[in-house]
Design a protein around this ligand. Structure first.
Ligand code: NAD
Ligand code: MG
Length: 376
């Protein structure tokens, strides 16, 4: 029986993780969960699964659990408390944004393995988080489908024999539009992802291709690769989740229907596998798999992510923080779709990089760019 805490249980990944747990009560026990605003969801989950601890974002929501036998905490401290809950074998970090960093660090320092969906953690502090995980002997198990794919392809392989990895990209909701057409797209259009149903922020990140940029950075730290070893390719069917080429030119890929419950479940059972009742992949039905070279001029956010990774230090923190703010403004109809990349480019150009930043410096830069007044 594995004891699991879920940070962000009401989100897209969080809900699918709850589904995985409820389908396999003989394997998994939910010990703790956190939600943001969706307190009703947390009350419902706590009633069904009887966790020991729940965290909500706001103190006024604590009373909503008074009829249940559960410890209730709140705010940023609450996130850390759930991440480190007693008897917790594994914490799934399914928070969105760099708010996921501090609870990840807290879990690591308590020797708790992490199933990591929250890619922003590795974007802003990948080097530090991986070094910390090594120091405390903690596994960081990737949930992002591309990284879960690479992780599976690397099972039993010698890291030194990797030539390169190729991360596949569906292309997001605007994959068939030109840059001119992008100028006037709406929030509704952007939220209409062709293959995956996900939270709003990552759906916009997929449309700008920033999501792929984040995944390049995530891969760098998870698999200890050089930037030149990380390639991306457009693959609109989202069937091949990513691949690894070895020094002898052999390529290993992981395939499956687009269903995040598979990588979530694998992170929960690693290194074992258990049944998963999603529809099996039927390649005869899929019939065709398409690929197209990635275009860094068309997808500027991906280029900015490569740039930020090359520059290093606090630049990826800026990339992420300005992106978080810009995406929120776009979702709020305050700025246009292409203003997202404009804002990021401007702020990256003006940023004075701190190399080898400490956690405090990372958090300070993150806070600065999240709270700054932007002129758009
Ligand atoms: P989501 O928006 O659906 O859910 C996010 C969760 O985080 C919610 O429970 C929300 O309440 C919580 N949250 C957000 N801000 C918070 C705060 N300040 N304090 C406390 N809780 C807070 O997002 P999602 O789509 O589930 O994505 C979660 C993470 O997983 C992201 O980093 C995303 O990039 C990554 N990811 C998601 C998918 C997917 O299919 N959805 C796939 C791969 C990776
Ligand atoms: Mg992904």
């Amino acid at each position: 029986m594995k004891n699991i805490a879920i940070l962000g249980a009401s989100g897209s990944i969080g809900q699918q993780a709850i589904d995985v747990i409820e389908r396999h009560p003989e394997h998994f026990n939910l010990v703790g969960l956190t939600v943001g605003r969706r307190v009703d969801d947390a009350v419902a989950i706590a009633t069904r699964l009887n966790p020991k601890i729940v965290s909500v974002q706001y103190e006024e929501d604590v009373a909503r659990f008074s009829h249940l036998d559960v410890k209730v905490v709140y705010g940023d401290e609450g996130l850390k408390e759930v991440a480190t809950a007693a008897h917790n074998d594994l914490a799934l970090n399914a928070l969105v944004g760099s708010v996921g960093l501090s609870p990840t660090i807290a879990a690591i320092e308590n020797g708790i393995d992490i199933a990591l969906a929250n890619k922003e953690t590795l974007v802003v502090a990948g080097e530090l988080v991986m070094a910390h995980a090594k120091k405390y002997g903690v596994n960081i198990l990737p949930v992002d489908s591309e990284h879960a794919a690479i992780f599976q392809c690397l099972n039993g392989e010698d890291q030194r024999q990797i030539k390169k990895i190729t991360i596949t990209a569906s292309g997001g909701s605007f994959r068939d539009l030109t840059r001119d057409q992008l100028e006037h797209v709406t929030v509704e259009d952007a939220l209409n992802h062709p293959n995956w149903s996900m939270g709003q922020k990552i759906t916009i990140d997929s449309a700008t291709m920033m999501n792929k940029g984040f995944e390049v950075i995530e891969a760098k730290w998870l698999f200890d690769l050089e930037i030149e070893q990380i390639d991306t390719i457009l693959h609109k069917e989202s069937i091949i989740h990513s691949m690894v080429e070895f020094v002898d030119t052999s390529v290993m890929a992981q395939l499956g229907t687009p269903d995040m419950r598979m990588p979530i479940q694998y992170a929960f059972t690693y290194p074992n596998r258990i049944e998963h009742d999603a529809p099996a992949l039927n390649l005869a039905e899929v019939a065709q798999l398409n690929f197209k070279k990635m275009d860094l001029e068309r997808y500027k956010c991906l280029k900015y992510a490569y740039d930020a990774l090359k520059i290093g230090g606090t630049m990826p923190v800026v990339l992420n923080a300005v992106n978080e703010v810009a995406v929120a403004k776009f979702l709020n109809n305050e700025i246009g779709f292409l203003d997202i990349e404009r804002l990021i480019e401007e702020e990256m150009n003006a940023h004075e990089v701190i190399q080898q930043p400490t956690l405090e410096q990372i958090l300070a830069v993150d806070h600065h760019y999240k709270t700054k007044e932007y002129e758009v």
